[in-house]
Design a protein around this ligand. Structure first.
Ligand code: NAP
Length: 215
């Protein structure tokens, strides 16, 4: 995740306006080591997500570690409002996974017509995706190292359920003011303590932080 000094997670509705060269490099490295990239549907729509792009060398390093050549994108959506002709489905080397609800799954499967694996990850509430079920389903597919790229609503759900092991947060040297969301959103206030693991900086003044779960 990336945030401004005043805690904003977006500029004009997207995260890109906050990023610098160092953050983009960090983003690539984290994608290279991930087994799967987990993202909320609103971020997919706002950022027009396609599949992960990796160099030949990065693909070979992954194969050497016993990972798939490219980490698939796994999307969490309640409504299933994802355009079948969007980059998510058309510009990718590996089909995405769509985690949705019992209510939406049949319609989404029909709309996507084999372009993605559609998984019902709801439990007692048929209109909500359960973050723990998403992780369990990924683990069943031997996808253990999950890189959650946000956005704030999805990350909020993970934090609320106590499922976040590590936070990699870049702090951009700027204010954004206005009504930008924070990196974690949710209706319930939950206090979650983390331990600082490292802080790096660069000549542009960005801070690259990593925090880990306490205990
Ligand atoms: N600063 C950063 O590092 C960063 C990172 C990522 C994104 N962003 C920005 O954040 C914004 C989008 O974030 P956001 O918080 O609005 O949305 P988000 O977390 O990307 O996606 C929210 C959507 O995901 C689905 N969803 C998430 N949890 C769910 C659950 N438990 N059950 C059912 N559906 C669930 C729903 O999809 P449906 O609507 O399809 O039902 C929901 O509307 C964009 O502006 C993006 O550019 C910033």
């Amino acid at each position: 995740m990336i945030a401004s000094l005043d805690g904003g997670a977006t500029v004009d509705g997207r995260a890109g306006g906050l990023a610098g060269a160092g953050d983009r490099a960090m983003f690539k490295v984290m994608r290279e080591v991930a087994d799967v990239i987990l993202v909320g549907a609103a971020t997919v729509r706002a950022e027009n997500y396609g599949g992960a792009k990796l160099t030949v060398a990065a693909r070979q390093r992954r194969q050497g570690r016993g990972q798939g050549e490219v980490p698939p994108i796994a999307v969490v959506t309640g409504t299933g409002a994802l355009e079948p002709e969007s980059r998510l489905f058309t510009q990718t080397d590996t089909p995405p996974m769509i985690f949705t609800t019992a209510t939406s799954a049949p319609v989404v499967r029909q709309r996507l017509q084999g372009r993605a694996e559609v998984i019902d990850a709801s439990t007692t509430d048929p209109v909500a995706v359960d973050p723990a079920t998403v992780l369990a389903e990924l683990a069943r597919r031997r996808l253990h190292r999950v890189l959650c790229e946000g956005g704030p609503i999805l990350l909020g759900g993970m934090v609320e359920c106590g499922l976040l092991d590590e936070l990699a947060l870049t702090i951009a040297p700027m204010f954004v003011s206005g009504g930008a969301p924070r990196i974690v959103a949710g209706s319930t206030a939950v206090t979650t303590g983390l331990r600082a693991a490292h802080v790096l900086t660069d000549e542009e003044g960005y801070l690259y932080t990593r925090y880990t779960r306490v205990g």
